[in-house]
Design a protein. Sequence first.
Length: 452
Amino acid sequence: MKPRVRFAPSPTGYLHIGGARTALFNWLYARHTGGTFILRIEDTDAARNSQEAVDVILNGLRWLGLDWDEGPLTGDATGASKGERGPYFQSQRKENYQRRVVALLSRGLAYEHEGAVKFKMQREPVTIHDLVVGDVVRKLTDREEVDPDFVILRSDGQPVFHLVNVIDDLEMDITHVIRGEDHLSNTAKHIALFQAFGVKPPHYAHIPLILNGDGSKMSKRDKGASLTSYLDDGFLPEAVVNYLCLLGWSPKDNREKMSLAETIERFDLPQILRHNARFDYEKLLWLQGEYARELADDRFYELAVHAFAKAGIDTNKFPLAYVKAALDTCKGKFKLFSELPAYAGFYFRDEIIYNADDAKKVFVPENKPRLEKLRDAFAALNTFDAASIELALKETAKQLGGKPGVLIHPCRLAVTGNPNGPSLYHLLEVLGKEKSLARIERALGNSQFAVN
RNA sequence: GACCCUAUGGUCUAGCGGUUAGGACACCUCCCUUUCACGGAGGUAGCCCGGGUUCGAUUCCCGGUAGGGUCGCCA
């Protein structure tokens, strides 16, 4: 039988990065084995659920490219789904739980206790054959020594997580439960429940947790805990996926950057690490840069235009050829798309604001005549392309008896407002002679030139 | 508190009963260069501690310590 795995998040309004990795590992295993990846929404806690919260999960998985073979098609619990084992929302499966509880009750494996129903937990240690961790013997804790039984149906009639999780896995024929290690201690309960229902439990693979950079537990409020934040910051999903693969799993041959197809080919449960991993934002950023540099042009333009729009810069007001030429000078020079508006906003804004410190350093009195001479040289140019601009600038520098740098830096700051950015010659070409000269002229009036 | 998992540079990791302990990110130096980024060449830095087993432990066993997890009428 082909593996059937599932990702079973509860809609809390956000998708934890660790949850995203759990989904990824399940998906990779299904794709590697030709199995089935199922998405099930654990929305038993009605008070906290909303369609929006489910949409966050669906959109997050879609952004990462993790398509599911069975599961909901929309965030509507009563809406359409695909797959034969639905419904895929626990809120729609209540009869199943009721029926199972009645069965347990009638067989004396569960009993009523103050209006709730408790499962008669076995008193002996339970051995978990974990595909990642190995055999784990789970003894009873001191609290469980006193009362090992646990509630499966609340007094208000609502079933509890342990119960529904097991019933759904059972009824959906889940063969491998790949989930966070935080569930390892709960697994004894789940195995006991499977046995009570007379079936063999699925295979378990508990994957290590993702911690903050400082080693503390990554919880909801920590920076970078929400998958959405990566989308908002302008990360590429392929970079996030690649990075997540490397947290807690290793291809064992020193490969870092890998295509998804290659990862699917090589991914398997035995290579999953046993220890928790800290989230290394810098390394993610490095991968992001790697992927950003080799983006196909069309996708690059689309993402760039979107990034500008988010920053309130409407690039559609400019000719398409101009926008593309401007973006071409930026490709490969920045990592996050959220950096782009600050990096290249000068192309789409006439108002240039100089950082006070930079202006103080570069707009010094001795640079004024230099910039004036450069302006004149540019003005005399018939063709204003990068090659001609470079030639004119270098010639002017030679006449002044200095290196090109003495002109490059004031010119760059004058025209872009930044001490760094795209290639100066190419940027001037894109900007055009008229705008370039106007900006130099305006910079010449900067008060810093008069100081000292 | 009890129970469970884990432990290789700052971080992610490879590795092994005998290795100059390998790679990547980050960091430092130099080169390239119009800035930044990229690229190239170097560099700093690691087997948690204590006992065993063994001719020999980073590697196997035990203990400790540290980190993480679980013990809900949350999921």
